[in-house]
Design a protein around this ligand. Sequence first.
Ligand code: NDP
Length: 329
Amino acid sequence: MADTFRALRIEKNEDSQTMNLIDLSESDLMEGNVVVDISHSTLNYKDGLAMTGSSPIVRTFPMIPGIDFSGTVRSSEDTKFSKGDRVVLNGYGLSESHFGGYSERARVKSDHLLKLPENISNKQAMAIGTAGYTAMLCVLGLEDSGIQPESGEVLVTGASGGVGSVAISILSSLGYSVVASTGRLSESDYLTGLGAKLIIDRNELSEPSRPLGKERWIAAVDSVGSQTLVNVIAQTQYGGAVSACGLAQGMDLPLTVLPFILRGISLVGIDSVMAPMNKRERAWSRLSTDLDMKKLNEMVVETTLEEVPTFAEAILAGQVRGRVVVNIS
Ligand code: NDP
């Protein structure tokens, strides 16, 4: 019998795109020097954009979506990896120009793979996923700007989402006092359970306001962008720092230079997709020590390859809480 495996594939027609669960064989996969049996993938905001076609994430069709995966090496032409190694891949063009994680098998470049820390299971790696790894990059960005737990309160926007939930959990485990901004006040218990000390309504930050506001927090992790990020920066205390990674409200940034030239605020840009390997290793190593796995479990719902398309619209509408793990195998 032919050696086939299942994958979800996006096909592009003249003016629309469709998604089908199909059987493929290894010869259908793209170039690479390591073949991985994928056990888990996940649902990120960007996966919602790719699956619905509402933003041009996919650059070549047909495409297997899924911007990340964890799994076990099946075969490797690079001596850095051996059969049986547990690995993770975030970004590096998955679901854009290279087949992604919504497949039982992948062929990828060894330079893009990272061996998982021993105490992080394949499922936990995808409970963290690109959203959680990005949250860690945001925290590292604040630390590199001199922010420490005793510096003051740290704001997390988009708090109930994937990046937000993991950021709250990491920051509170590290001893920070965390303020969570959310549009879902009904999720207050969830956010408090992750470690938020104070919860604010995101409407406080979403409308145009003064270029410099009352100083409220020393640092922030922002996954929302647009007017929210403008107000977050305008209300950051003297010498503070803001890690910006997302655009859930929008990609515009109508701000003034005043917070930078009068309060010395640092704006730290966070990219997870092409982040160099040393940064990734640092982030995954810190995730293995600084993320409370019990809290991680509280953030997760699990789904399958068949069901994941049904979550695409929901994550874009901001209706998904925490993290969605796709159990592939
Ligand atoms: P989620 O959808 O899980 O979380 C986003 C959260 O933002 C929502 O849960 C909601 O939180 C809040 N939100 C949604 N819409 C709005 C709005 N109109 N105004 C204000 N807040 C809103 O997505 P992820 O956590 O996976 O990703 C968050 C962002 O980070 C996305 O923009 C994504 O593209 C980006 N990202 C960037 C990466 C990078 O490399 N730079 C990597 C990963 C993600 P609540 O209901 O609590 O208000």
